[in-house]
Design a protein around this ligand. Structure first.
Ligand SMILES: Cc1cc2nc3c(=O)[nH]c(=O)nc-3n(C[C@H](O)[C@H](O)[C@H](O)COP(=O)(O)OP(=O)(O)OC[C@H]3O[C@@H](n4cnc5c(N)ncnc54)[C@H](O)[C@@H]3O)c2cc1C
Length: 429
């Protein structure tokens, strides 16, 4: 049946675009998180953007106020999980988008902060849950010599004869104790402030770092939840960078750090599956966050086109500008659709996969980059000044093309996955 409208009135549109009607609870959550994004994340994010990395993490910095205020929102994932699955997915997406709309650096920081606790809850390990509750967490996976190589799943991802590097932080696994040495990359989100880490690294179980047979090119690994106040742990200088400056990043150093073996969450045989699960879960947050950034850029440009006059008319009155605005909105709707589909797949599919999550991260961040670029261009020379916030969004989104996996690498891994699926019978029906 055709849904008949009496007039060609404007469509029923919400903050999140061409959205089907939200339920009462969804709407209440959206309004609460939007208020938090508008009143806390956005102003704090802009303030932190102008500060040095040292000032960002100093006691009394607005960064800590944002962390404190976010805890008061009470957005416990376990509460959201009580909604019917499809509703829970939309709520999670709405929350992520609003946080990103407020400030992507803080949105990523708040997401990373919960990762050790989420893992502990997924395992149902009460000791680890207690260790992580109320703490700022991080996800420590990459190292200086193990960036794209930190999370390799299939042999085809290495060149002929190539091996996954051992990396710069390693574990020696004993009967009751694990000893960790080395350093993480400087890119670990929250690395300079985190109190607990969900950490993955190469491990020697007494038979060397490399596996055997089919896994001969891969390092053995271990996943752990670590309190970051253990003797032998220290931090690098907080990282200075072009975008997401509100997100504290920095190295974590390990000097003969002794950890009880019961803090391990994935030993040798479970390592890759656990790492893949974490990645397929966490990457979905990136997608929603950068839809929010894309929306923020679109809204800024739309408003500017209704203020700025050139060629005898407002920018929006020129046909070419209408085309450019339409193109941005089309890309925004597309990014949101991809972000939500991949989130639903990650949460509801019986077998999620990090490359399925990652392909969405690539698409969303590429679209967000195009939108931020076009918005920047619509601002003319004004866009290049620090007086107008579009330049910050442009810088923030640029980092996202590398964050959580570099986009070319993630796309080529999707190709490997397609081939593996084909060999398994998929695509031949
Ligand atoms: C804002 C931000 C937040 C981050 N947060 C975290 C975090 O919380 N935790 C964490 O552990 N890490 C984090 N990272 C690190 C991130 O995951 C890595 O930067 C990313 O995986 C890429 O690694 P790399 O920077 O070492 O680049 P490299 O792997 O050195 O890649 C450099 C270039 O070489 C290309 N390249 C690499 N390998 C190959 C190959 N086999 N074949 C062909 N080309 C190749 C890539 O396409 C890329 O263009 C973060 C990074 C950023 C920017």
């Amino acid at each position: 049946m055709i849904r008949l409208n009496k007039t060609a009135a404007l469509p029923a549109v919400g903050m999140t675009g061409f959205e089907t009607p939200l339920g009462e609870e969804e709407n209440a959550i959206l309004q609460t998180v939007h208020r938090f994004a508008r009143e806390v994340l956005r102003p704090v994010g802009r303030e932190l953007d102008r500060m040095t990395p040292e000032q960002v993490i100093a006691p009394g910095s607005p960064y800590w106020a944002a962390v404190f205020e976010s805890a008061k929102l009470g957005l416990d994932p376990q509460l959201i999980a009580q909604f019917p699955p499809e509703v829970a997915v939309r709520i999670e997406s709405l929350i992520g988008e609003e946080l990103g709309w407020g400030d992507s650096g803080l949105a990523v920081s708040l997401g990373a902060a919960t990762m050790p606790l989420t893992m502990a809850q997924s395992l149902g390990n009460q000791e680890l849950i207690d260790m992580c509750t109320g703490k700022v967490g991080c996800w420590m996976n990459t190292q200086p010599d193990r960036g794209s190589d930190a999370a390799i799943l299939y042999r085809e991802e290495l060149s002929d004869g190539g091996r996954q590097p051992i990396g710069n932080v390693t574990a020696k696994v004993g009967a009751d104790e694990i000893v960790i040495n080395g350093q993480s990359s400087a890119w670990v989100s929250n690395g300079s402030v985190a109190q607990v880490a969900l950490a993955y690294m190469a491990a020697d179980y007494g038979d060397g770092f490399y596996g055997s047979g089919e896994h001969g090119a891969f390092t053995n690994g271990i996943g752990l939840i670590l309190p970051l106040n253990l003797p032998g742990i220290s931090r690098g200088k907080p990282l200075d960078k072009i975008g997401q400056r509100s997100l504290p990043q920095g190295e974590i150093y390990f000097d003969n750090v002794r950890v009880p073996k019961r803090f391990a969450i994935a030993l040798k045989d479970e390592y890759l599956g656990n790492l893949a699960s974490t990645w397929s879960f966490a990457g979905t947050h990136m997608c929603q966050v950068f839809v929010g950034v894309a929306r923020a850029a679109f809204e800024l440009a739309l408003a500017y086109c209704h203020e700025r006059k050139q060629g005898g008319a407002l920018l929006i009155e020129h046909q070419m500008t209408q085309l450019r605005v339409g193109e941005m909105l089309r890309r925004l709707e597309m990014a949101r659709a991809i972000a939500r589909r991949s989130l639903a797949f990650a949460r509801l599919s019986p077998q999620s996969h990090p490359y399925a999550t990652a392909q969405a991260k690539v698409s969303v961040t590429e679209e967000a980059m195009k939108i931020a670029h076009e918005a920047f261009q619509l601002f003319g020379a004004n866009g290049t000044t620090r007086e107008f916030p579009i330049e910050k969004l442009f810088r923030d989104v640029r980092s996202a093309l590398i964050e959580d996996g570099e986009n070319y690498i993630l796309t080529s891994r999707l190709g490997v996955l397609a081939s593996r699926l084909y060999q398994d019978g998929w695509g031949r029906e």
